[in-house]
Design a protein around this ligand. Structure first.
Ligand code: UDP
Ligand code: MG
Length: 244
């Protein structure tokens, strides 16, 4: 049964995305069906106020590969992603946004580098101007620069949640509000390997962004210090030998 043994779990947080959900599922099917891989799509409805949940229930009723959970109250993108990742059963997880800014067409591109790396992150740097206005692009660039400087990283687009990774990557993951921006660093702390690939970035055609410039620039400063601390202080060890 395809629905019982997915190789790939697509994990999608959703907050007030009613007009994006059907086109998104259609685009995912068009991109993933030809790969002949067993897959599932997991939506976390982060307590949407629009018709998202009704639509997700309809979609799930017509296709067992679509699974959905709904939060009792809005808990944020990180929590929605986390709950979806925990529910995922696939060997590989792919996270993407519900608004079609991340294009399902790019999904197959993640699979080849996944043979070599534990995590493959999408980066919108080249295509960003096509999907977002100048203010959004500029604030995101500044945020990425500061984040990399403070945490000693070299992730070109930490705000992009289009990523694919092996399920082991989340086994011991620390979770906190805003963690979605630090996932590659958190994986690296645990010893996993991370690479980047260029992805396209579409304009949002339905619904609204949930973040403003303030949020993009400053909301994660506090988390950034925690991640910097973790990177410096968390230990990893390897047992070389054992007796008894
Ligand atoms: N999202 C969510 N809970 C929230 C805010 C956002 O689940 O409280 C979802 C949203 O529906 C989308 C993704 O997180 O699928 C990214 O949000 P958005 O597109 O607003 O971010 P942007 O692309 O503007 O940075
Ligand atoms: Mg978006």
């Amino acid at each position: 049964m395809i629905a019982n043994t997915p190789v790939l779990s697509l994990v999608i947080p959703c907050y007030d995305e009613q007009d994006n959900l059907r086109p998104l599922v259609a685009a995912i099917r068009a991109a993933v069906d030809p790969l002949k891989l067993a897959y599932e799509i997991i939506f976390t409805d982060d307590a949407s106020k629009d018709k998202s949940w009704e639509i997700l229930k309809e979609l799930a009723a017509s296709d067992p590969r679509i699974r959905a959970l709904r939060f009792a109250f809005n808990s944020g993108q990180s929590a929605a992603l986390w709950a979806g990742m925990k529910a995922a059963r696939g060997q590989y997880l792919v996270t993407l946004d519900a608004d079609l800014q991340n294009d399902p067409k790019d999904l197959p591109k993640f699979l080849e580098p996944l043979k070599q790396f534990d995590c493959v992150c999408g980066t919108r740097v080249e295509m960003r101007g096509q999907g977002d206005n100048f203010i959004r692009v500029a604030s995101s660039r500044i945020a990425n620069w500061v984040r990399n400087k403070v945490s000693g990283e070299s992730i070109s687009d930490a705000g992009c949640c289009y990523r694919a990774f092996k399920r082991e990557c989340i086994d011991n993951l620390k979770f906190f509000k805003g963690m979605h921006r630090f996932l590659p660093t958190l994986f690296k702390i645990e010893g996993f390997t991370v690479t980047e690939i260029a992805v396209s970035h579409n304009p949002r055609t339905a619904g609204q962004t949930h973040y403003g410039v303030w949020n993009r620039l400053f909301a994660s400063s506090y988390d950034l210090l925690a991640v910097r601390w973790m990177k410096k202080r968390m230990f990893r060890y390897q047992v070389a030998e054992r007796v008894n």
